[in-house]
Each structure stands twice: as C-alpha cells, then as structure tokens.
Design a protein around this ligand. Structure first.
Ligand code: C2E
Ligand code: MG
Ligand code: MG
Length: 259
C-alpha cells in the first residue's frame, strides 16, 4: 500500500471513532434577514476536532463519511445536537429562530426518515416549525415520486425544507414546482461572481425573481463583501449568510450574537 492509501485508511478508521470520542462539534453560522438585519436562522455545520490535525472543516471528511456509509450516524447526531441547542436557546429566553440542518442523500432516503425526525423533535422538545432541513437539488430531484411523500409528511408537521447549493445541480423546473419546499439557497459560487461577472449577476437576479414568483423564500450563501450585499439588497433577496456577517461559530459565541 502506498502512503496515501494508508493515510486514507487510517483517517477512515479514525472517523468511525470520532463520534464516540466526542471529537465532532457543531458550529453555527447565522442567517440574517436583509431588511432588518436580524438573525433568522442558524445553519448547523459539523466540524472534526482531530487530535493531531486540528479543526477539520466538513469538506475534508463529509465526502469520506458518505463513501464509507458513516454519514447517517453523523447526520443523526447533528440533527439531535442542533435541535437540542435551538431548544436550549429558546428556553434561555432568546427570540426564536430556525436551526438549519444539512441532510445527505442517504439520510433523506432512509425508510424511517419521518420517524427519525419525529423522534428527535419529541426527544428535544423543539417545535417542528423551528427546524429546517437542507437538501441539495440532486437529493430532491432523484426519484421524485419517492421523495415527495416524505417531503409532504414532514412539511405537514411544519418542518421546513430548503434546497442547498441551488443552481449547481441538475434541477428540473417541472420537478421543482411540485416540491413542497420553503426556500432556495443560492450557491456561493454565483455570489462570489456578482461583482465581476455579468452572467453571475444575471443568474442571481433570476433565481431571486423565480423564487419569489414561486412564492418561495430565497437566501444567498457565501456573502463576503459589501458590494455583494448591496447587489442582493437591490434585487430583494430575503436573507443572507456568509463571512461578511459571521463565520460558523460555537454555540456559546452564537449566543452573544442573539443577546
Ligand atoms: P453547505 O451546506 O453549502 O455549507 C456552506 C459552506 O460554505 C460551509 O462550508 C461554510 O463554512 C461555507 N461558507 C459560508 N459562508 C462563506 C463565505 O462567506 N465564504 C466562503 N468562502 N465560504 C463560506 P463547510 O463548513 O466547509 O461545509 C461544507 C459542506 O459540508 C456543507 O456545504 C454541507 O454540504 C456539508 N455539511 C456540513 N455539515 C454537514 C452535516 O452535518 N451533514 C451533512 N450531510 N453535510 C454537512
Ligand atoms: Mg447547507
Ligand atoms: Mg450550500
């Protein structure tokens, strides 16, 4: 075995132990209303506090977790942690807002998904309307006849759905119109380009207009500077998320933002 394969195998084995060893942490990135500047949500992002390698961002290990079939364990844990955290903030008397949890395709396809979400909501006591689940276009559009019943049941319970990384996957508009979703999240690659690329400007403006015509909310991710924010303002985007306002931060620091 060459060194890279060996490193990979070691990392895979370590990842399986990371949960039991309490090395995974959830950081929260604020979502902000464009008109009021108020925090309207917190996206839960899982990080790995690796004893030797330091803090690893999800991009470094989520794809591996998907490959080795460990992603549903992670998604379960993040869902429970994030719901419990949001309930704790509510119990501490802060103004209520949504917590947004990313859901892998594998998790979304679990036959017991609805039961699992209901169980976590019951166990944590978080009212369902304060939970939003993010799935990608690929996850939502694949086997649409199969996904719509789960979406309908969860939406019926008042759990919200957002389409993550919108514009980068394979979206069919005839599928999109059938999905009982609440929100589109414009992928950050388009937001990065709005200052310099007329095509990105056109795409972002079009997604915002389309979302509103479909009576959906729309949020921009990856907002890093004031010019991008201004462009989103002019085009009436509802919410923003990005380093300009805050990076993903520990729950304790998030509390200071909502005080
Ligand atoms: P995502 O859900 O699209 O999350 C947004 C990513 O953009 C995050 O990267 C966030 O840190 C980054 N980001 C936010 N604002 C900015 C900005 O202004 N500039 C730049 N350059 N980046 C920004 P992160 O934390 O590395 O997460 C990567 C992906 O990992 C997430 O993309 C999500 O798909 C996945 N992920 C994270 N947590 C979970 C989880 O608990 N379960 C599953 N299934 N996937 C997760
Ligand atoms: Mg996301
Ligand atoms: Mg995204």
């Amino acid at each position: 075995m060459n060194t890279r394969t060996l490193e990979r195998v070691t990392l895979e084995n370590r990842l399986r132990q990371a949960l039991e060893r309490h090395e995974l942490v959830v950081l929260y990135q604020p979502q902000v209303a464009m008109d009021t500047g108020q925090v309207t949500g917190a996206e839960a992002l899982v990080y790995w506090l690796h004893p030797e390698l330091g803090l690893l961002s999800p991009g470094n290990f989520i794809p591996m977790a998907e490959e080795i079939g460990f992603i549903t364990d992670i998604d379960d844990w993040v869902l429970e942690t994030a719901c419990a955290q949001n309930k704790a903030w509510q119990d501490q008397g802060y103004r209520s807002f949504n917590v947004t949890v990313n859901m892998s395709s594998k998790q979304f396809r679990r036959p017991d998904l609805v039961d699992q979400v209901r169980r976590v909501l019951n166990a944590t006591g978080l009212p369902p309307r304060f939970l939003e689940l993010e799935i990608t276009e690929g996850t939502a559009m694949k086997d649409i006849e199969y996904t719509i019943p789960s979406l309908n049941t969860l939406t019926g319970m008042e759990v919200g759905f957002a389409i993550d990384d919108f514009g980068t996957g394979y979206s069919s508009l005839s599928c999109l119109k059938k999905l009982p979703i609440r929100k589109l999240k414009i992928d950050k690659s388009f937001i990065f380009g709005v200052n310099t690329d007329p095509n990105d400007k056109a795409i972002v403006a079009t997604i915002i207009a389309m979302a509103h015509n479909l009576k959906l909310e729309v949020i921009a991710e990856g907002v890093e500077d004031a010019d991008q924010l201004e462009f989103l303002h002019q085009n009436h985007c509802d919410q923003m998320q990005g380093f300009l306002y805050s990076r993903p931060i520990p729950a304790e620091d998030f509390r200071r933002l909502i005080m």
